[in-house]
Design a protein around this ligand. Structure first.
Ligand code: PEP
Length: 250
């Protein structure tokens, strides 16, 4: 059976000492499991400590963003090559906060997906509909467009390195998670789209995470859905106890 991927998104949180404490708590309390893989996506400034503290643990880690060039005059940005040099396995691409506050377009995200793969990172590609789009029953069309414009150009080998994270925007940071039925329905639809694009084997092997107010209280119900392959967790990944409790429910 596929293991679940339980990935944390710390967003722009935690001081140096807070980050070190959380990493230490995770490293000392997480046990290698064949049921789940843990990962944390940390602010880039914490990557040095992350690499050191998680060195002997089973926890993988990644960045929250990368630019599309390998290096150069792009003040304030971090490259996929640099993330890789810190031992990152993953990088978040297309989080709704990047789309909303930094105006990241489908085309730009497509280039970021390509860059991440070129430099040996697995992009965790985030996508999902806004509240008005769900209220208008347009969620499937929106999700299909997001995948077609930024991910489905990949060949099947490259696509198999992408982790998808369906994150309905109305569920992120609101405390209002999608119901297990709503999430499962969308995940099954996404898997069907992958099947049409890449065939059954790639679709069955694909990782489709759910993100949006996942917490210990609702994780088991969400993670037990057949098409939910793990979670992308924001707020609840900032407390070791909550994050590990979510993993335990996998
Ligand atoms: C996220 O930021 O990807 C997320 C899912 O946040 P939260 O769990 O806080 O809703």
């Amino acid at each position: 059976m596929k293991h679940k991927l339980i990935a944390g998104n710390w967003k722009m949180n935690l001081s140096k000492s807070e980050a070190e404490q959380l990493l230490t708590d995770l490293a000392s309390n997480a046990h290698a499991s064949n049921k789940y893989q843990l990962a944390v996506c940390v602010p880039a400034v914490h990557l040095g400590k992350t690499e050191t503290i998680l060195a002997n643990s089973s926890i993988k880690y990644g960045g929250q963003n990368c630019y599309t060039a390998e290096k150069g005059a792009f003040t304030g940005e971090n490259s996929a090559a640099t993330l890789k040099s810190y031992g990152c396995s993953y990088v978040l691409v297309g989080h709704s906060e990047r789309r909303e506050y930094f105006g990241e377009s489908h085309t730009f995200l497509k280039a970021k997906v390509d860059t991440a793969i070129d430099f040996g990172l697995q992009p965790i590609f985030c996508f999902g509909e806004k509240l008005q789009e769900r209220e208008a029953n347009h969620q499937e069309a929106i999700v299909k467009q997001q995948l077609e414009e930024s991910v489905f150009h990949l060949d099947s080998e490259a696509f198999s390195r992408v982790v998808l994270a369906y994150e309905p925007v109305w569920a992120i940071g609101t405390g209002l998670a999608a119901s297990p039925e709503q999430a499962q329905e969308m995940h099954a639809y996404i898997r069907q789209l992958i099947k049409e694009q890449y065939g059954t084997t790639v679709a069955n092997n694909a990782y489709i995470l759910y993100g949006g107010s996942m917490k210990p209280a609702n994780a088991a119900d969400l993670l037990s859905q057949p098409d939910i392959d793990g979670g992308l967790i924001g707020g609840a990944s900032l407390k070791a106890q909550d994050f590990l409790a979510i993993a335990a429910s996998a």
